[in-house]
Design a protein around this ligand. Structure first.
Ligand SMILES: *Cc1c(COP(=O)(O)O)cnc(C)c1O
Length: 408
């Protein structure tokens, strides 16, 4: 069970000085942003590890976000799978209902330490926008959220939530009026306001140091889970499963286990209506090397390198890129990736509701669907830990629609 010290360094010694995970990662941005990102990388290395930062971070995660989150043994899902025992890491119990708040608290706190006065963010479906607006209100910082005009129209509830929290929502009417245009606008705005403004990115994507910094903030999930499973079972789980959009909840769970060579890990992407259709968001399964949002990673693109439109029943997995560290961990063979369709996720959503009394987020339902299949092929002594990244209340309308039921 001893882990090999060489592979230890191979797995957790990344990224390098310039933010590279092997061929992935790095900084692909306009000249004007380079020095701001260098300052941020220095802060990530020098401020985040200090005792005072860590103490404040921990206290906020406890008193405001509701950490530590529990581990629940999913007895009736386990009975259903009729194989390995399924456990759930309950990130759905956090304030605002998902893991995103961990990262937003970390970045807002870092903004405060750097003397930045206001926060900006971009959002697609609105979940990261709401989490950022939430911590901005808590810290008393003004907040502007960039959102494609089409998304503003589609996601009226989350737009109103952000406004209730005191944030300004700016509708971006360039291009396709969706997430990628919101992102470009947020970056442009950041260039002009970098002296007093902190840009909060919502997943392990974007230029260095964001992928590593967001990973560090989210790794509280795996650090807790590792201890909790040891206390609960006296041993580590055999398999970890998490959904992958940009990859922050997955890396947050996986990272503290990377040196435990007996622990297998699976990241689950959205296969939408199927990998053989154009309607999916399975970046690692179907993408290739490319630059998106300031980082080199695997990207869903056409033969001319144009980013492809994506589809998933879950808004949080509907992203054509993936964090560079995931591309790297796959290449090293340390983490494996698989896919789950809309239909399978929907079924897992209903099963979890009816057999556990938990409405899981549709993103998390992808992980559960995969875990059910995996557990059914494992012996009863095996244990599977699933990251239940968020609660499904936000998805009730989507689920009703998919089931052909009108609830309006
Ligand atoms: C945003 C979101 C995800 C996907 O984002 P990652 O960065 O891949 O974690 C998954 N689950 C929930 C509940 C989310 O809100």
């Amino acid at each position: 069970m001893q882990s090999n010290p060489v592979s230890t360094n191979l797995m957790t010694g990344f990224p390098d000085e310039r933010g590279h995970f092997g061929p992935y990662g790095g900084t692909f941005v306009a000249e004007t942003l380079v020095s701001a990102l260098e300052d941020l990388a220095n802060a990530w290395k020098q401020v985040v590890p200090t005792e005072s930062f860590q103490k404040e971070f921990r206290e906020l995660l406890e008193s405001y976000a509701g950490r530590p989150t529990r581990i629940t043994f999913a007895k009736r899902l386990t009975d259903y799978a009729n194989g390995g025992r399924i456990y759930l890491k309950r990130e759905d119990l956090l304030h605002t209902g998902a893991h995103k708040i961990n990262n937003c608290i970390g970045q807002a706190l870092l903004a405060k330490h750097l003397g930045k006065r206001r926060l900006i963010a971009e959002t697609g479906a609105g979940q990261h926008g709401v989490a950022t607006a939430t911590v901005a209100a808590h810290f008393g910082m003004p907040c502007t959220v960039f959102m494609g005009k089409k998304d503003v129209e589609r996601q009226r509830l989350n737009v109103f939530r952000m406004r209730l929290l005191g944030a300004e929502v700016r509708a971006v009417d360039q291009g396709t009026q969706t997430l990628k245009d919101a992102l470009n606008e947020a970056l442009r705005h950041w260039v002009a306001t970098v002296d007093d403004t902190f840009y909060v990115i919502g997943s392990v994507a974007g230029p260095h140091p964001y992928p590593a910094m967001v990973r560090d903030f989210q790794s509280v999930i795996g650090t807790e889970a590792r201890e909790q499973m040891l206390t609960l079972l006296g041993k580590l789980p055999d398999l970890l499963v998490a959904s992958v959009g940009g990859g922050s909840n997955a890396i947050g769970l996986f990272w503290p286990f990377l040196n435990d060579s007996d622990v297998k890990m699976i990241g689950v992407e959205a296969a939408g209506t199927g990998l053989n259709t154009d309607h999916h968001a399975a970046t690692l399964a179907k993408g290739r090397l490319g630059v998106l949002h300031g980082t080199m990673s695997v990207v869903l693109q056409d033969e001319f390198g144009q980013t492809l439109p994506t589809h998933s029943i879950s808004a949080g997995l509907d992203y054509p890129g993936v964090g560079p560290e995931h591309a790297w961990l796959r290449e090293q063979g340390r983490v494996h990736y698989d896919t789950i369709t809309d239909h399978e996720a929907l079924e897992a959503f209903q099963l979890t509701a009816q057999r556990e009394g938990i409405l899981p987020a549709l993103e998390s339902s992808h992980a559960i669907a995969f875990a059910l299949k995996a557990a059914s092929e494992l012996p009863k002594t095996a244990t599977v830990l699933v990251n239940l990244s968020g609660r499904g209340d936000k998805d009730v309308h989507t689920v009703a629609n998919a089931l052909g039921i009108s609830i309006d």
